[in-house]
Design a protein around this ligand. Structure first.
Ligand code: G4P
Ligand code: NA
Ligand code: NA
Length: 193
């Protein structure tokens, strides 16, 4: 997605060889116009899949996921990282290991929001090692729901996430693919859409 690549070039900051900061328009301050374009693009790409739910994880996956759900006219569900006070019912849970933080955390979605009739599109802002997306796939599998695809806003292609997800047989569509963050420069490879 050309507009996204342009914004990363103009407003992204390379923090290190592994980390890109995009807090001006994605992860902290959010640009709704850009998010709307991102949501329509995912909706377009997955339009033939009869998606019934868009699933993401809090917090910065929520913005692209809500616009995607709006565009597909489906609900959006975000997995929680902390147990909510009112989450007294049965939960789907999965353990997500963060290589960055070097710790595992439990993510959850109430069982009542996903079932075996569902065709799910997973959306997230970043794909690094793929652990968050893998956890979301596991939640969907527990519910018997079919994961039709994964829409990623920014893929760091030099990390292992994409391979992991493709090995799980889930189609991945990334709107920006970053080859390298070496020497303070973002270099891109051809995006999927
Ligand atoms: P993984 O799920 O792909 O294995 O990712 P990892 O554990 O490495 O990522 C941990 C967190 O850092 C995730 O957010 C992820 O979206 C974010 N992240 C990963 N790489 C980058 C990057 O280069 N830039 C930025 N800005 N974020 C990155 P989180 O802490 O789980 O959640 P939240 O910030 O959405 O609340
Ligand atoms: Na984030
Ligand atoms: Na995220």
């Amino acid at each position: 997605m050309e507009e996204l690549v342009r914004r990363i070039q103009e407003e992204g900051n390379v923090l290190s060889e592994g980390v890109l900061k995009v807090d001006r328009f994605i992860t902290h301050q959010v640009d709704p116009k850009l998010m709307e374009q991102i949501g329509s693009r995912f909706a377009e790409v997955f339009s033939q899949k009869n998606i019934t739910k868009v699933v993401t994880i809090e917090s910065s996956g929520i913005a692209p996921a809500i616009y995607t759900a709006q565009s597909l006219a489906t609900p959006m569900i975000f997995a929680r990282k902390e147990k909510s006070l009112t989450m007294d019912e049965e939960l789907l849970t999965s353990s997500v290991y963060s290589f960055t933080k070097q710790l595992a955390s439990t993510i959850s979605i109430s069982r009542k929001f996903l079932n075996e009739q569902d065709h799910v599109l997973i959306v997230d802002d970043f794909l690094a090692n793929g652990q968050a997306a893998k956890g979301l796939i596991e939640l969907c599998q527990q519910a018997g729901a079919q994961v039709e695809g994964i829409g990623i806003v920014i893929e760091k292609s030099f990390q292992t996430g994409r391979q992991l997800l493709e090995d799980m047989d889930v189609p991945v569509v990334s709107l920006a693919r970053i080859d390298s963050l070496k020497e303070g420069e973002v270099s891109f490879k051809q995006a999927d859409a």
